[in-house]
Write a protein that binds this ligand. Structure first.
Ligand SMILES: *[C@@H]1O[C@H](CO)[C@@H](O)[C@H](O)[C@H]1NC(C)=O
Ligand SMILES: *[C@@H]1O[C@H](CO)[C@@H](O)[C@H](O)[C@H]1NC(C)=O
Ligand SMILES: *[C@@H]1O[C@H](CO)[C@@H](O)[C@H](O)[C@H]1NC(C)=O
Ligand SMILES: *[C@@H]1O[C@H](CO)[C@@H](O)[C@H](O)[C@H]1NC(C)=O
Ligand SMILES: *[C@@H]1O[C@H](CO)[C@@H](O)[C@H](O)[C@H]1NC(C)=O
Ligand SMILES: *[C@@H]1O[C@H](CO)[C@@H](O)[C@H](O)[C@H]1NC(C)=O
Ligand SMILES: *[C@@H]1O[C@H](CO)[C@@H](O)[C@H](O)[C@H]1NC(C)=O
Ligand SMILES: *[C@@H]1O[C@H](CO)[C@@H](O)[C@H](O)[C@H]1NC(C)=O
Ligand SMILES: *[C@@H]1O[C@H](CO)[C@@H](O)[C@H](O)[C@H]1NC(C)=O
Ligand SMILES: *[C@@H]1O[C@H](CO)[C@@H](O)[C@H](O)[C@H]1NC(C)=O
Ligand SMILES: *[C@@H]1O[C@H](CO)[C@@H](O)[C@H](O)[C@H]1NC(C)=O
Length: 433
């Protein structure tokens, strides 16, 4: 009895010792944040104001409102993450947080020198320049300043952030001229994502961009680019997304593609790209977004579009393609958006179009399509917009079309349609505009 009691006591003792040790190691794993970093965060909070007008994202909310001196472990604060072992702040996500304020190199934000990820997107930094102090955040791999009202020339100090993998500067009245895109391509060689859409670049595209072999996505929408697009960019081994949308003075040609090209998302719309679309476009098995609307492409539409079964968005409108039919349509069953406005099409609307039951927007307008409007269009129950104007379609409007419950826009004008329009039936299209 005595033996087992002392054994029991010793067991209790060991148990409490064990829990002391584990409590100790537990608190060192989740070590509370360092005083200087907590202070820097609170100082940053003091330096800005919170105003809902700063973020238009519907999911926005004020993350810093919950930061208080009452809670000493800043690692648990909204938007803040620390390294488990060191307790240093390594991630700060203040995107869409209603922040308004000017920021300069003295901002306490730049004392958070252990940051790996910083997201300030969708706030209002009141046309501040990106402060040169950003160079102190030399461990950054991810920097997102999109849509946050930064302005002026991007400082050359950004080139010192050599670990950057993702850089998003989009939707700011910024200039990327000195330094320019070429300096970025030379210095930030680990980039996988580069997003300067809407930033004023006003230059040619440097061929050194083809040195960025890790690049997965580059978005250069409306950057004032001109000159010839370096074809090698299409052949970057990891590039999945490329957009040069709305650079009207940018010219270029689309090269041949082999099966090892991983492109998924290609937007050349609103540029001066010309020449033919190669048949080998059918090798882009993963292509789901293809937009060349409003370019200057010519030659035949490749039949190989018939093989691009992953397409969700296809816009070939407003180019100079040869006369052709829609015989390649039918297998792209994931399409939700199809714009073939002014693509020089002739022939009937093919039965195979009825296969594309996910279509929401279809434009076949300003072509020379003939034959009747097929009654099976009613099979496309997701349609919200159907544009068939300016063709040579004839016959009556099939009553089945009135069953398209989601239809908001139906444009049939300038065809050779006959019969009466049954306005009573139109009323069934309750969402029609
Ligand atoms: C928030 O910003 C709007 C628009 O700039 C301004 O009218 C309003 O007074 C501001 N509200 C506060 C509390 O500062
Ligand atoms: C925004 O900047 C203007 C001028 O640069 C300044 O007068 C104003 O106080 C700033 N507003 C905020 C909220 O910092
Ligand atoms: C930086 O901004 C703070 C307020 O945010 C201001 O007090 C300080 O004077 C500014 N420093 C410079 C060098 O403009
Ligand atoms: C940057 O943040 C915006 C807004 O939250 C987001 O839409 C965008 O995808 C982010 N960019 C990157 C490269 O993650
Ligand atoms: C980058 O590409 C250019 C040609 O476009 C080449 O001359 C140069 O050596 C490359 N630089 C690096 C660092 O690979
Ligand atoms: C394109 O170039 C013309 C002639 O140089 C110029 O007038 C025009 O502003 C440029 N357009 C854009 C969007 O840069
Ligand atoms: C595909 O094209 C790329 C770039 O042009 C080239 O590096 C690669 O060797 C080609 N692959 C095959 C299988 O032909
Ligand atoms: C379109 O391409 C043709 C040659 O195919 C060329 O003659 C014409 O100038 C180009 N138009 C524009 C606006 O670039
Ligand atoms: C579609 O793909 C098949 C199989 O890969 C191939 O045999 C055929 O030639 C392709 N069709 C077109 C029009 O590219
Ligand atoms: C309709 O789609 C199926 C697969 O989704 C495909 O097998 C068939 O060939 C398509 N029909 C036409 C006419 O393309
Ligand atoms: C339209 O749907 C009906 C009934 O589901 C089906 O029999 C017909 O084949 C479909 N038409 C087309 C063109 O897919």
């Amino acid at each position: 009895m005595g033996l087992s009691l002392s054994f029991f006591m010793r067991f209790l003792f060991l148990l409490s010792l064990f829990s002391l040790i584990s409590a100790g190691s537990y608190s060192s794993v989740l070590s509370p944040c360092h005083d200087n970093e907590r202070f820097a965060l609170l100082q940053f909070k003091e330096s800005i104001i919170i105003n809902r007008s700063a973020s238009d994202d519907p999911s926005a909310y004020s993350k810093v409102s919950s930061w208080t001196t009452l809670s000493s472990d800043c690692c648990t604060w909204d938007g803040v993450q620390c390294d488990e072992n060191t307790g240093c702040v390594t991630r700060l996500d203040l995107s869409s947080s209603y922040l308004i304020g000017s920021i300069n190199s003295s901002s306490s934000l730049f004392q958070l020198v252990h940051l790996h990820r910083l997201n300030l997107a969708s706030n209002d930094f009141n046309h501040s320049q990106i402060p040169a102090g950003v160079r102190r955040l030399s461990k950054l791999t991810y920097l997102n300043l999109s849509n946050s009202a930064f302005s002026g020339q991007i400082p050359s100090e950004i080139l010192q952030l050599s670990k950057l993998i993702s850089l998003d500067l989009a939707l700011n009245p910024l200039k990327l001229q000195k330094p320019n895109l070429e300096s970025i391509a030379e210095k930030l060689i680990n980039l996988q994502e580069l997003v300067p859409s809407e930033v004023d670049i006003s230059s040619t595209l440097p061929s050194t961009l083809t040195n960025l072999t890790s690049l997965k996505a580059i978005y250069l929408r409306n950057c004032g680019l001109h000159g010839e697009f370096p074809t090698g960019i299409f052949q970057l081994p990891n590039l999945k997304s490329l957009s040069v949308h709305l650079n009207s003075n940018l010219t270029g040609r689309v090269p041949e593609f082999n099966r090892s090209i991983p492109l998924e998302d290609l937007t050349l719309a609103g540029t001066g790209f010309s020449g033919m679309l190669p048949d080998s476009i059918g090798n882009l098995k993963s292509l789901h977004f293809f937009d060349v609307g409003g370019c200057n492409f010519s030659g035949p539409l490749p039949f190989s579009f018939g093989n691009l079964t992953e397409l969700i968005f296809l816009d070939l409108s407003d180019n100079n393609f040869n006369r052709g039919t829609l015989s390649w349509v039918g297998k792209q069953t994931k399409l939700t958006f199809l714009n073939l406005y002014e693509t020089n099409l002739y022939g009937d609307i093919p039965y195979s179009l009825g296969n594309l039951t996910h279509l929401e927007t279809v434009s076949l307008s300003s072509n020379e399509l003939t034959g009747p409007i097929p009654s099976w269009l009613a099979n496309l129950t997701q349609l919200t917009q159907l544009w068939l104007q300016k063709n040579i379609l004839h016959g009556p409007i099939p009553t089945s079309v009135y069953k398209l419950r989601n239809l908001q826009i139906l444009d049939l004008c300038l065809n050779r349609l006959s019969g009466t329009v049954e306005f009573g039936l139109f009323r069934e299209l309750s969402s029609l505009l």
